[in-house]
Design a protein around this ligand. Structure first.
Ligand code: ZN
Length: 166
């Protein structure tokens, strides 16, 4: 059990590199997965990819409130529809921006027993799947942001202001 340091966009080039596939789930990688969950939950995130903790392996963990999902060597099989909404990333702390992504995604991956699984999701789950898999190819959501990146604090203030007016 360990909370790992989360690498930050703009400060650490590890986030821009392409990760290598996992061939064998060694005890070290199993521990990494446990630590990735600890790190994600500690930071109140809904997903975390291995490069975000400095490991260039194709592993990500997701929990959008429907339970933990571990994806090893994930591949997107299918996407459909469209959703536009705010997105954030633990590697881009305090920021948010509007990103349009498919509303549905179907992914093939290996689970923690190295068995092939199919994971599907709509809405937030589809967004999380595609965001995390992007990380494995060195892509950060900021590349896809429409308009500008906002400070989360400013948005919260705006919402507070709106409340005052009502
Ligand atoms: Zn991210």
């Amino acid at each position: 059990m360990a909370v790992l340091d989360i690498r930050e966009w703009g400060k650490d080039d590890v986030l821009l590199k392409v990760c290598k596939p996992v061939k064998e789930l060694t005890p070290r990688l199993k521990t990494l997965i446990e630590d990735m969950y600890d790190t994600m939950y500690d930071a109140d995130g809904v997903g975390l990819a291995a490069p975000q903790v400095g490991v260039l392996r194709r592993i990500c963990v997701i929990d959008v409130g429907e339970g933990p999902v571990t994806l090893i060597n994930p591949e997107v099989l299918e996407t459909s529809g469209e959703q536009t909404g705010n997105e954030g990333c633990l590697s881009v702390p305090g920021k948010t921006g509007v990103v349009t992504r498919p509303n549905y995604a179907k992914v093939k991956a290996l689970n923690e027993d190295m068995e092939e699984v199919i994971v599907e999701g709509e809405g937030l789950m589809a967004r999380a799947l595609l965001h995390e898999i992007d990380h494995l190819d060195g892509h950060i959501y900021t590349e896809k942001v429409e308009g500008q990146l906002y400070d989360v604090e400013d948005l919260v203030e705006e919402i507070d202001d709106d409340d005052d007016e009502e």
